[in-house]
Each structure stands twice: as C-alpha cells, then as structure tokens.
Design a protein around this ligand. Structure first.
Ligand code: GLN
Length: 193
C-alpha cells in the first residue's frame, strides 16, 4: 500500500516527490476513501490552523484522529508535528490538532518568517553525515511523555524531533533540502508496524 500524504494545504507535493526519490509510492489524501487505501500518513508543513480547518471541512479530522489513536503510522513535519501534539502552546483560540503524540509543542518558537534558518544535526536512526535541516516558523517540543524518544536536539538542547511508537514528529523540513533519510526511517517504521 502507498504512503498517504495529507494534501489539504502546505508542502505535500515536496513530500510526495521525496518518497519518489527513494522509490516509494506516495499519494495525496483529500478524502476518507483515499485515506483507507493507505497504510500510513504524512502530515506536511504549512499552517496548522488552516490544516485543522480544512481537515474538518473535508470530513477527515475525526477519521485521522481515530486512526492515530489506533496506532496508524504517521509522520508530521513542522505544522504536521503541531497537528500531532497532545498540547499546543501559543496556538490561536480554538486551535486543536489530531493529537496522539504525548508532547507539548510551542508554535512559532523561533520567531517569524525572517527568523527561519538552516543547520546541521545529529539524528538518532540516521547514519552517515549530519542531517541538513531547514526551520521555517518552526515549533519546538517543550515537554515529552515517558514513552516519547527524543531523536534530535539543537545545540542549545531544544528538542526538534521525537518518536513515540508509530508516530514520528519533527520541527523541520527534510522534504525541502533533498534529505531523504528521515523519509526512509519512516518507511522502516511503517514496515515494522
Ligand atoms: N508556524 C506554522 C504553524 O503554526 C508552521 C510552519 C511550517 O510548517 N513551516 O502551523
């Protein structure tokens, strides 16, 4: 079965292209029917408040929430990480995500668009050269539950990548920097689930 990429808003095309580079089938998801034909889901970067509204409007919000609760493998980048967090700090009024990931994330933790930056990181489960990571109005993870493994931190110790069983969440955008190894890590999670 292909990987589904939630295609309501944000950089879903870049995620689909990244899976293409590593020979994995990935398809855009806009309906519950399309979701049922996948064995995993990527929630892209973009704007979490818009993804929330569109997921409700497309009837996908509850089905995705339930699937995550049931252990469906899911990978969120940036806004996608925000959508997976159980607690959102600095959210707008009424903001809610799918949840399931036992963390608190703070939105826009580095400031505005002009404070976006790129850096190199060590990443648990990714061998070889450091991961080149782009942060664009990125969130950080402020609290993690006991069952959450920290996969990467910034030099100042702020957490920017986590895994909890079948849930992978990262603050940055490998799909924008030609970095395929995190997508490969997710495919291994899907294969093992
Ligand atoms: N700041 C955005 C949000 O709150 C996330 C930014 C991104 O995905 N690059 O959803």
């Amino acid at each position: 079965m292909p990987v589904g990429v939630l295609a309501l808003q944000g950089d879903f095309r870049e995620h689909i292209a990244t899976f293409g580079k590593i020979g994995a089938a990935a398809v855009p998801i806009r309906t519950v029917r399309e979701l049922e034909l996948c064995d995993s889901l990527v929630i892209p970067g973009g704007e979490s408040t818009v993804i929330q509204k569109l997921a409700v409007a497309y009837g996908l919000f509850e089905p995705i929430r339930k699937k995550i609760q049931a252990g469906f493998p899911v990978f969120g980048t940036c806004a996608g990480l925000i959508m997976l967090a159980d607690e959102i700090l600095d959210g707008v009024s009424g903001q809610a995500g799918f949840g399931g990931l036992h963390v608190s994330v703070r939105r826009n933790a580095f400031g505005n668009q002009l404070d976006s930056f790129e850096t190199n990181l060590e990443f648990v489960g990714v061998a070889g050269s450091p991961v080149h990571a782009a942060f664009i109005r990125a969130p950080i993870v402020e609290r993690v539950g006991n069952d959450v493994e920290v996969l990467a931190k910034l030099p100042d110790d702020r957490i920017i990548a986590v895994r909890q069983n079948n849930i992978l969440g990262i603050s940055f955008h490998p799909e924008l920097t030609n970095e395929t190894r995190i997508h490969e890590l997710f495919l291994r999670m899907v294969a093992g689930s």
